[in-house]
Design a protein around this ligand. Structure first.
Ligand SMILES: [Zn+2]
Length: 286
């Protein structure tokens, strides 16, 4: 799912409240463009856009960058050239056939130079109902002010703090790490009241979806590290010696369960139910 700020655009679109042109500042341009394409699918999808619409023509064309009414302009070398903008203007001079609007995305908008920015400006100044524009940049201060001033500005910040076997020991992850260890010890070693552990250990401390996701990402990393140990890929992990009795096959089963849970957590509303499902499935393989 795209981040909240972008997801809002889908609502605005369907309520006819979308602006003609947006300037998006983000700390991860590629991810942002990817998410923006998801949003555009949701504008134009011929079906109710579900998790991933693989069915309709429009979504498929967007996915493959073949939709004639979607144009993504990337810098040609160090700049976005005037010719690229002229091409775009020509392409978008008529009403689109397959979708309600033509959409352009200018990737790295800070790379518009004097003359390409001027050409672009005309486009922005004379908005047509059938054209939507998105400028994407990693630093809004470097975008030419005449363009900036005509755009509605959105900030899309991605959490770049990566979780891995090294960072799970960091201070900012300590609460999660401790709970993960406790939870795994109770589930795998004590095995007494599996369902209760969800409430007592996990939900007692974490309630937000993102917190639960983070906790289970850490649990996944722990299982993966254990598996690496079994496979002889070194990694000293005295912290998890209490799980050393698990066989490779058993660890793989658990990795599958946690992976499924993480996927479900993305879309399913009832966290408690998902956690219960997880321990019930786990109890089958304990
Ligand atoms: Zn679709």
């Amino acid at each position: 799912m795209a981040v909240e700020q972008l997801e809002k655009l889908v609502t605005y679109y369907h309520e006819n409240k979308l602006s003609h042109v947006y300037l998006i500042e983000t700390n991860n341009i590629n991810k942002c463009i990817y998410d923006l394409k998801e949003v555009i699918k949701k504008f134009f999808c011929e079906n109710e856009y579900e998790k991933e619409c693989k069915l309709c023509n429009i979504c498929n064309l967007i996915e493959q960058n073949y939709l004639p009414s979607l144009c993504i302009i990337e810098p040609d070398g160090n700049t976005i050239k005037k010719e690229q903008i002229l091409d775009l203007k020509k392409k978008f001079s008529s009403i689109p056939i397959y979708t309600k609007q033509n959409v352009y995305i200018i990737q790295n908008a800070e790379k518009l130079n004097g003359s390409s920015a001027n050409t672009m400006l005309k486009f922005v100044e004379e908005p047509a109902d059938y054209i939507l524009g998105f400028f994407v940049t990693n630093d809004i201060n470097n975008v030419i002010s005449t363009i900036k001033s005509r755009c509605e500005i959105i900030k899309v910040k991605y959490d770049e703090s990566e979780l891995n076997i090294k960072t799970i020991y960091n201070d900012e992850n300590k609460d999660y790490f401790d709970v993960a260890k406790d939870y795994l010890n109770k589930l795998e070693v004590e095995k007494k009241h599996l369902i209760l552990y969800n409430k007592d250990i996990v939900l007692n401390i974490f309630s937000e979806r993102e917190q639960i996701r983070k906790l289970f990402k850490i649990i996944l990393i722990i299982y993966e590290a254990l598996l690496n140990n079994k496979l002889g890929k070194n990694m000293e992990n005295n912290d998890f010696i209490f799980l050393d009795f698990l066989t490779s096959k058993e660890i793989i089963q658990r990795i599958k369960l946690v992976t499924n849970l993480l996927e479900d957590l993305e879309y399913n509303a009832n966290i408690e139910l998902l956690l219960d499902k997880f321990v019930i499935e786990l109890s089958d393989v304990l």
